[in-house]
Design a protein around this ligand. Structure first.
Ligand SMILES: CC(C)(COP(=O)(O)OP(=O)(O)OC[C@H]1O[C@@H](n2cnc3c(N)ncnc32)[C@H](O)[C@@H]1OP(=O)(O)O)[C@@H](O)C(=O)NCCC(=O)NCCS
Length: 211
């Protein structure tokens, strides 16, 4: 299949944001707050660009390429990671997100996201060798071809070489839950996210990495 893995480059930030927006467009976690997928597309793209630009150089960002084209990317938060402030998001264009989305929805989404990340953030604080996989996306046209499986194995090796003993993440679909379980992850926290009468699951998972 010829996949190449490595650090995501600064000049790839827009491409990374585009992959993130495409990958999450139909994800329940997003559609819970932005059910109009087509109408929300531009706002989601601007939001993801802002997220990836704000975190670049702070979190570890990795990418997978096939025939020179990015097909997957990931954001990893090392132990002791300091999350960017609201000001840093504004510097990287967050006001455009407000202009292109309904502010009440984006504020609700951010509050939900903060709560959904909390079990992983809390768990990460329990040890100095726990890395958090905060985002992982395979570009939709490249999904279901084994890219995610190979990339996840690379990410596990990447953090293991940097002293990780455990890798944590959370996910919000039954399909992803089964996908991670098959790859050795176990649930350590489980809850439901509810918005406007709709509910989705949220599973925080961990994997112990062999030394
Ligand atoms: C979840 C996600 C990362 C998985 O990546 P992927 O590349 O689609 O996953 P894979 O192709 O490796 O695995 C999917 C299935 O396709 C199968 N598959 C199909 N063709 C394959 C091939 N040619 N080679 C290997 N596996 C293949 C795999 O066996 C696997 O089935 P299994 O889970 O029963 O083993 C990806 O679908 C994604 O980015 N989704 C949207 C964003 C998202 O949900 N991110 C995660 C948030 S926590």
């Amino acid at each position: 299949m010829g996949l190449e893995f490595g650090l995501q480059k600064r000049e790839e930030l827009n491409e990374a944001g585009a992959i993130m927006a495409r990958a999450y467009e139909n994800y329940d976690y997003v559609t819970l707050y932005f059910p109009d997928t087509v109408g929300s597309r531009k706002g989601l793209q601007i939001f993801m660009n802002c997220v990836v630009k704000t975190n670049f150089g702070r979190a570890d960002m990795l990418a997978a390429h096939r025939d020179g084209k990015m097909v997957a990317r990931a954001t990893l938060e090392p132990p002791g990671f300091k999350r960017p402030s609201a000001f840093q998001y504004i510097v990287h264009g967050f006001l455009r997100v407000y202009l292109n989305t309904k502010w009440s929805r984006i504020n609700g989404f951010l509050a939900m996201d903060e709560a959904a990340c909390k079990p992983c953030h809390d768990y990460q604080k329990s040890g100095s060798d726990i890395w958090y996989l905060s985002m992982l996306e395979v570009d939709p046209p490249a999904q279901g071809q084994g890219v995610g499986t190979q990339f996840l194995a690379y990410l596990e090796e990447y953090v293991r070489q940097r002293g990780a003993r455990q890798f944590v993440l959370f996910t919000n679909s039954q399909e992803n839950l089964a996908w991670y379980k098959k790859r050795g992850y176990e649930v350590f926290h489980e809850c439901e996210i509810e918005h406007e009468g709709k509910k989705i699951g949220s599973w925080s998972m961990k994997k112990t990495l062999n030394r």
